[in-house]
Design a protein around this ligand. Structure first.
Ligand SMILES: [Zn+2]
Length: 117
């Protein structure tokens, strides 16, 4: 997963496997924001502001044929998190697609590519 690969610490990878609630949500959100992925709603892509704060953290796990599991996480605004909750907590299809693409990026990052700026 792109985000985990970039942050490059085992602690982050472990964090992503924990249930998303309470303090863990806060920690995942903090990491997303710190890494620059948490500036916009993952669903409607609107930037977060004082008025539009993130309300939920969403994750999709995606396994590759080699059996590796990648996790992609997003922050959602109030409107989108309410819509996802109404849909039984299912991620919108375009986000699942995005997770698949992030996983293939993760595969590229995982392969040896030293000095390939
Ligand atoms: Zn949104």
């Amino acid at each position: 997963m792109m985000y985990t690969a970039k942050s490059g610490t085992h602690a982050d990878a472990l964090l992503m496997q924990l249930p998303l609630q309470g303090e863990v949500s806060q920690a995942v959100a903090k990491d997303l924001i710190a890494s620059g992925y948490g500036k916009r709603c993952g669903c409607c892509n609107k930037p977060f502001t004082r008025a539009r704060k993130w309300r939920a953290v969403g994750r999709v796990k995606h396994g590759d044929p080699a059996g590796r599991v990648f996790t992609t996480a997003w922050l959602f605004c109030g409107v989108c998190s309410a819509a996802i909750r109404r849909d039984g907590g299912r991620m919108p299809a375009h986000l699942v697609q995005e997770a698949r693409e992030a996983a293939s990026d993760g595969l590229l990052l995982a392969s040896p590519a030293k000095g390939n700026a």
